[in-house]
Structures are given as C-alpha cells and as structure tokens.
Design a protein around this ligand. Structure first.
Ligand SMILES: Nc1ncnc2c1ncn2[C@@H]1O[C@H](COP(=O)(O)OP(=O)(O)OP(=O)(O)O)[C@@H](O)[C@H]1O
Length: 308
C-alpha cells in the first residue's frame, strides 16, 4: 500500500464557523509528514478528524485504507496519538496511567514503556498530577509510541521539551521511520519540523497553502547576500547586481578599496555568480536561507506564536 493517510476535500465547521475549508493531502508509508501553521490554523482539528474524535462536515479520510468514522477500535489500536493537551489530573502514577492506556491501545512489548521513559529521563513512579509540563509531554509521547503503532499522529510533539529531549525524540522518529511506521506531526514553527519531516504542509486559516519537501522550501527561500569588490565603484556594482533575477538590493556604497553591497536573494544562484565572475571580490557572504521567514510569508505575515 502506498498512502497510509489519504485526506480529500476535508471540511469541518463548528456551528457557522468554517475551520477547515476542504483540505487534501496524502502521507506515504514510512514518511514523516509535518503540518505547520499559526495558532488556530486548524492543525488540531485535522488531527481530531483523522482519529474520529470529531466528525468531518464533508470530505473523505482513509487511514491504513479504512475510514476512521466506520472502522472502530481495531483501527485506533494501529494508531499512536499524542493530543495537543493531555489531561493528567488523576492521582495515579505514570506507570498506572500507561497500563490503562495499554488496555485500550493493545499489546505493548514487555519493558517497552520503561525503555522509552528511560530515554526521555522520565520517572514513571511519580504522580501524573505533579509532573511538570515537559514531563507530562514525555508521558504523552511514551503513551503514543509504546505499542509500536503503524501510524503516529503527534500534535505539537516537541512542545515543552528541552533540546536534549527533542534530540531523543528525533532519534525515535528516525527509528520509527526505519521500522516503516508513518508519522503525521504538527508544529507552529518550521525549525521544529524541518529536521524531522520529509515533507511539510503549510496550513493557514483552514487551507493548505503549500505542500513541499524541506529541500524545495529551502530553494524557494530568501537568503541574505553581502558582497565587497575591489577596484569598482558603487554605481558599477549596482548596475551589475540589478540585472540578477531574484536579487533585491538593500544597500550599495563605496569603500576604500571599491564598493560593497547587501541584498536579499531568492532563486537560482548561477546568475549571481556569473554577474560577480568578472569582478575582483574582497568578500562574499551568502547566508543560509531563512526558511522561517519564507514560511512567515506564506502564513500571510501572521505572527508565529500569537493568539488566534
Ligand atoms: N470544538 C470547537 N468548537 C468551536 N470552535 C473550535 C472548536 N475546536 C476548534 N475550534 C476553532 O477552530 C479553529 C482551529 O483550531 P485548531 O485547534 O484546530 O487550531 P490549531 O492550528 O491546532 O492551533 P494551535 O496552534 O493554537 O493549537 C480555532 O479558531 C478554534 O477556535
């Protein structure tokens, strides 16, 4: 089977409020697929529809070839789910809570939960109520991964995790991928998904504005360029650079030795290299593309992390 998650024309309205406007995407077996979008874009709503926690208003969903609305608990056991907000106010230990989840999710390999907890540096014998935000998140992740499900649906999985634990989480994702497990995860910032995901969908106001590989997002992203040349004045440098497609000059000035320029740049690098080739360079800096910036442009300048 190719696609493990297939979504077509998915719409969801709450009362008169349309939250998802007919989204389409597919996730291949063994793929890590990230969905990013600002607060309120509809990421959690999409995930809840995939899990049949809420019913779509229209459209079709197939997970492992089945309709989650009709498949029942058999399908649910093949999925690991990390909700965006875990309700953990019970007076029980993490270990007992996991045993409760295991009764729902189905067989967990002996020692698997302890192994995951150890990797996350999580004490399973503490009362869940007393856990910090990050430790609650770790418990949620152990719960999602422990039965080695074929599909993992993870709502903001790295939220509240320190960098070392985030690294451990990414290692776990790589292992899941090697095992042929399929991962659908969400975030509101690209930096969290760009290392982990093969492809990224950008969701804005209930519409997918783009689905692309992280590599192609990088190609289309804005880079900052700084150029210093020897023996040529600012007007000649400006003239040459103005002919380079995708280059937007922010500054050109004369220097003691010649001229210097700063610009932002997107697109193919070759025309820029050709424009500079006849000149004697004193310095050339082409910064790593700012993917976060280009995603913000796609968000439509909505500030990341702002309230909905
Ligand atoms: N049960 C509900 N009833 C009414 N409106 C809802 C309900 N659930 C979600 N919404 C609305 O749907 C929109 C999308 O919410 P959703 O939680 O899916 O966004 P999100 O992309 O996950 O955002 P965040 O990054 O803040 O978690 C929001 O405006 C939210 O207020």
């Amino acid at each position: 089977m190719g696609q493990v998650i297939e979504v077509e024309g998915l719409r969801k309205s709450f009362g008169r409020r349309d939250v998802l406007h007919g989204i389409d995407f597919g996730v291949e077996r063994g793929e890590v697929f990230g969905v990013i979008g600002p607060n309120g874009a509809g990421k959690t709503t999409t995930m809840r529809c995939l899990l049949d926690i809420i019913r779509p208003s229209a459209g079709s969903i197939r997970i492992l070839g089945e309709d989650p609305g009709a498949a029942g608990p058999g399908l649910r056991r093949r999925i690991g789910y990390l909700p965006g907000e875990l309700f953990l106010e019970q007076r029980i230990t993490g270990r007992r809570l996991l045993a409760h989840y295991a009764a729902i999710s189905g067989a967990v390999r002996p020692g698997r939960a302890d192994e995951l907890a150890e990797r996350f540096n999580l004490d399973l014998d503490r009362h869940t109520r007393k856990l910090s935000k990050g430790n609650k998140q770790k418990l949620g992740l152990v719960q999602a991964f422990m039965h080695d499900p074929e599909v993992l649906i993870l709502d903001e999985p790295t939220s509240g995790l320190d960098p070392l634990i985030q690294q451990e989480f990414r290692a776990l994702l790589n292992e899941a991928q090697d095992n042929g497990q399929t991962v659908f995860l969400s975030s509101h910032v690209l930096s969290e998904v760009q290392q982990a995901a093969d492809r990224v969908a950008i969701l804005r106001d209930g519409n997918i504005v783009q689905v692309s590989t992280v590599a192609s997002l990088r190609e289309g992203a804005l880079r900052q360029v700084k150029i210093a040349v020897i023996g040529v004045g600012s007007s000649e440098l400006r003239l040459r650079l103005q002919r380079v497609p995708g280059l937007n000059l922010s500054e050109v000035h004369d220097t003691d030795l010649g001229a210097a320029a700063a610009a932002s740049f997107e697109g193919a690098i070759q025309p820029l290299v050709q424009a500079l080739a006849p000149l004697q360079l004193a310095d050339l800096v082409i910064e790593e593309p700012d993917l976060e910036e280009s995603v913000l442009n796609l968000y439509g300048k909505v500030a990341v992390g702002s309230a909905p």
